[in-house]
Design a protein around this ligand. Sequence first.
Ligand code: HEC
Ligand code: HEC
Ligand code: HEC
Ligand code: HEC
Length: 392
Amino acid sequence: MTKYILSLTLVFSALLAPFAMYAQEQAFSIIYTGSISGELEPCGCSLKTDFGGLARLSGYLAEHRNELSPFILIDAGNFTDQNTPQGKLKAEAILKSYNIMKYDAVAFMNNEKAFPDDFYSAVLSDNAIPAVSDSIPNSQSLFISRNGLDVSISIDPGALRDKSLNVLLTDLPVSKAGLMKGWDVIITSSGETLNEPVTVNNAVILAGYPRGKKTGVLTLTAGSEGGVRNFRHKWLSLGSDVKEDPGVRAILNDYDLKVANLLKESKRPPDGDTYLGVTRCAECHQLFEESWKKTRHAGAFKSLQQAGKSNDPECIICHTVGFGEKGGFYSIETTPELANVQCEACHGLDRDHVEDFSKPMKRVTEAACLKCHTRDNSPDFDYPVYLEKIIH
Ligand code: HEC
Ligand code: HEC
Ligand code: HEC
Ligand code: HEC
């Protein structure tokens, strides 16, 4: 009930404020991301965290363009992950997707600065990205006129402009961003989670939702001299029911192919104290194998194949045995016997036991599960409840 009244109030203030009380003022939206940190799409490990991703965002914006307009689309930076071969592929896929979505401004912050200049010059020559950056000459600020409103977007805290709506992009923490005087809107990519905007010194401070799980929409009315008169804010949580943009999907599929090639090129870790695989344990523990086969662990690799991600190291690590370690899973072609979450993923590698079974294996504790059952990938994880489901 309270919620209903609240949303009615919101609707009223939204309808009355801009058009009745301030008839001459402009209402428009800033749609923003920030701190995406290389997350092209959610992994799909849990329905509860299956939100966000570039293909959904692009599909949503295309389908709702009219009702959202007028708006400007901004990324406040830290959209990339680390500067590794896979990180480069991610950065490229993100910038290509931003090109399709026609971002109005994309800030280059700390994460982006880790990549070499020649990497960007190649990507940016094929993609029209309005970069706001202090490492690219003459690109610290940019100006947009939309629906008669002048908007100035900058990463330079000293670059305020008259008669404009001044938007600062930063990666300072919210507490420090609030000290910047004179700005109307400040968007940070610090990686903090702000459930609601914070207002300090007449500035509306926003933080891009970590890893793009949500996209922010700030709808505001600006005075003719600039300044925010009135605003409301909402988050878009885009789930699997959102229609994806086929153009961005094609970019993500191409990324998956390139990642698979990276894995082929990378060096296989040396054999060593090799993992033995379930077949070996089953020689003596057949009943355990049979009951393990009924758990979802036994189908973990198939889940990746169905998602088209069976060659992505970032997924394989939790859906197989010993990936990245000596004698662990490497690829389905070379080490098919170590696909899935098998006995040794929990019980550990212990060849002594296999050679002499009077030597007991270490007991499995909750810590073994938490390597894979993280908050993001398994938000429902509760040890006693989950243990019950895998008893074998
Ligand atoms: C940190 C470990 C980890 C990583 C990394 C990981 N997963 Fe998972 N994944 C899990 C766990 C744990 C579950 C089971 C979650 C649960 O049910 O509580 C799971 C479940 C899944 C499922 C099954 C969902 C269902 O309900 O049927 C899919 C599909 C999946 N993951 C895909 C992926 C993909 C694709 C990637 C890489 C982008 C990935 N995973 C990376 C741990 C991981
Ligand atoms: C090597 C990574 C890994 C480890 C270690 C691991 N799991 Fe899992 N677990 C997964 C993955 C991946 C899935 C999802 C498989 C799928 O459906 O694709 C999963 C799924 C599950 C499920 C099914 C969830 C459901 O809702 O049906 C249970 C239960 C579970 N794990 C319990 C455990 C427990 C308890 C431990 C520790 C004793 C553990 N797991 C250790 C990776 C792991
Ligand atoms: C998801 C994690 C996980 C996987 C996968 C797993 N186990 Fe276990 N296993 C456990 C846990 C937890 C226990 C109970 C705690 C303990 O005894 O360490 C256990 C107990 C056992 C026990 C001792 C039972 C007893 O009565 O003391 C055996 C034997 C065993 N597992 C064999 C296997 C074999 C063989 C496989 C592969 C087919 C396997 N486990 C796969 C987690 C796992
Ligand atoms: C050569 C036969 C043999 C093989 C192979 C074997 N085990 Fe065992 N294992 C046993 C026997 C027998 C016991 C019971 C020991 C006892 O009761 O003292 C046992 C006990 C266990 C236990 C119970 C705890 C303990 O150590 O007493 C676990 C867990 C276990 N094995 C896991 C595994 C896993 C995982 C593998 C594969 C990597 C494996 N075993 C391979 C024969 C084997």
